[in-house]
Design a binder for this molecule. Sequence first.
Ligand SMILES: [Zn+2]
Length: 130
Amino acid sequence: MGKLKAYIVNDKWNDAGSIVVWAETRGKAKSTALYNDVFDGYEYTELRTERVKDFDKYADTKKVPIQELLNMSCWFSCRKCGEEYLDYDKIADDEAFIDDVDYSNNDFVKGSVICAECKKKLEECRHVGK
Ligand SMILES: [Zn+2]
């Protein structure tokens, strides 16, 4: 088996979103991506890949720290309510926060993002529980 390389896989309309896949070749990255729920119903020929050398080092765990993805101007959905487009700017403005919980829908990501409202609710729950 050759060395695994990191690719960002996206669809050509930029509709479904992007995922990170580790594979030996571009073609294998696309085939692997088709098994992900994100690309359910998509065809091989509809996918696009982008090589990301910086993520090669995560091939062992197949998880990229969320901070690095945010730095690349990726956005995430709130792991509680699903609010979209939580990005680096929103985190800088305290409208969203990085959480240590791995969000299962993004299985290539280490960590998740939570919106300010959900974070507040969670903290209130914790206080009630004490
Ligand atoms: Zn939320």
